[in-house]
Design a protein around this ligand. Structure first.
Ligand SMILES: Nc1ncnc2c1ncn2[C@@H]1O[C@H](COP(=O)(O)OP(=O)(O)OP(=O)(O)O)[C@@H](O)[C@H]1O
Ligand SMILES: [Mg+2]
Length: 316
């Protein structure tokens, strides 16, 4: 089967804790020896690999997710969600050596704090993967635990097979630094970073210098998101900017994944950056209106309902 997109990245069990604790200035503190009552819990699944697959599936693409989970209830929850979403999970490997990744999200009115166990999701190895089966038009790659050898395998295979590459590198990939990432970047069709990540990767402070550097390195489209301030997108031909849609945000988990995946979906559908920004902005604003990184994502039948996203072109 040739997929439209294979998403590659983490698969997590997420639990959201609500109420019962309050931030003091910018901190959440718990007294040792105390008990803190939580008002409510909400369980869902997350991780860049499965969240982005959910967007593509909802928008009608043929999609498979490649990830690694443990042999545990968290892993089963991931598989159940993917099945319900119509995402093929045949490339998801199971291991008995690690638990499925697990995130505990402590939500407050001001912001959230997240406790992360990365577990199986960062233990993917090239030897787990039957590359010849990865037939797709696009790979959408997010975090793979900073495994450079694995990244090189995916990128080399994609180049060999003419598969287009969208990349939203995770924290551990970015930590490898420009020296290791430079040769990978030259094959990327769409690079997605938030502003903080883009600054760290390029070592530049000004947005014009950040784009100057990344456009030269990728030769593709560079997307730099900045939370509620929205997004700047440049190719070597043009630049566009849009603000976020300020709906009532309930929980911002999954905003980055929803944006990046819908941006690529928009490009696949219309090959038009402005359209891709509209679809991505609407998808991200919609996912933050509900708890859980896959809830609220747009569906195929909501395409065309987001004209209110205003996109401006600009020049540096
Ligand atoms: N609170 C919000 N309300 C509406 N839209 C939002 C909100 N936060 C983010 N977005 C949208 O999502 C896009 C991506 O958000 P952001 O820059 O926070 O990504 P990120 O830092 O990669 O997030 P993540 O923590 O999910 O990885 C923004 O450009 C914006 O369009
Ligand atoms: Mg992100």
């Amino acid at each position: 089967m040739r997929y439209d997109v294979i998403t590659i990245g983490s698969a997590t069990r997420d639990v959201f804790w609500k109420g019962g604790f309050k931030p003091v200035k910018d901190r959440l503190c718990f007294e040792l020896g105390s008990k803190t009552e939580i008002e409510d819990l909400y369980f869902s699944t997350g991780g860049g690999g499965t969240n982005t697959a959910a967007t593509f599936a909802n928008l009608g693409f043929r999609v498979a997710c490649l990830s690694k989970i443990g042999e545990d209830p968290g892993g089963q929850a991931v598989l159940d969600d993917l099945k319900e979403l119509n995402v093929d999970s045949k490339f998801i490997k199971k291991t008995s050596d690690f638990h499925t990744a697990y995130s505990t999200v402590l939500s407050t009115e001001l912001d959230r704090a997240i406790l992360v166990y990365r577990g199986a999701s960062q233990e993917m190895e090239s030897k787990d993967i039957d590359f010849d089966q990865l037939e797709a038009k696009w790979f959408y790659i997010s975090s793979v635990g900073g495994n450079l050898e694995l990244l090189n395998s995916f990128f080399n295979y994609a180049v060999k097979k003419n598969i287009r590459l969208a990349w939203n590198p995770g924290h551990k990939e970015l930590k490898l630094g420009m020296g290791d990432l430079k040769s990978l970047l030259s094959n990327v069709g769409v690079l997605i970073l938030n502003l903080e990540e883009a600054k760290k990767l390029t070592g530049e402070g000004k947005i014009s210098d950040i784009f100057g550097s990344l456009i030269k390195l990728t030769n593709g489209i560079v997307v730099v998101t900045n939370g509620m301030k929205g997004v700047d997108v440049c190719s070597n031909k043009s630049c566009f900017r849009a603000s976020a849609l300020g709906n009532e945000a309930v929980e911002r988990a999954g905003a980055g994944d929803a944006f990046g995946s819908a941006f690529v979906a928009g490009l696949i559908l219309k090959n038009d950056i402005e359209y891709a920004i509209q679809l991505a902005t609407a998808n991200a604003s919609s996912v933050v209106s509900e708890i859980g990184a896959k809830n609220g994502l747009l569906r195929k039948d909501s395409l065309g309902k987001f004209e209110k996203v205003k996109v401006d072109s600009f020049k540096f």
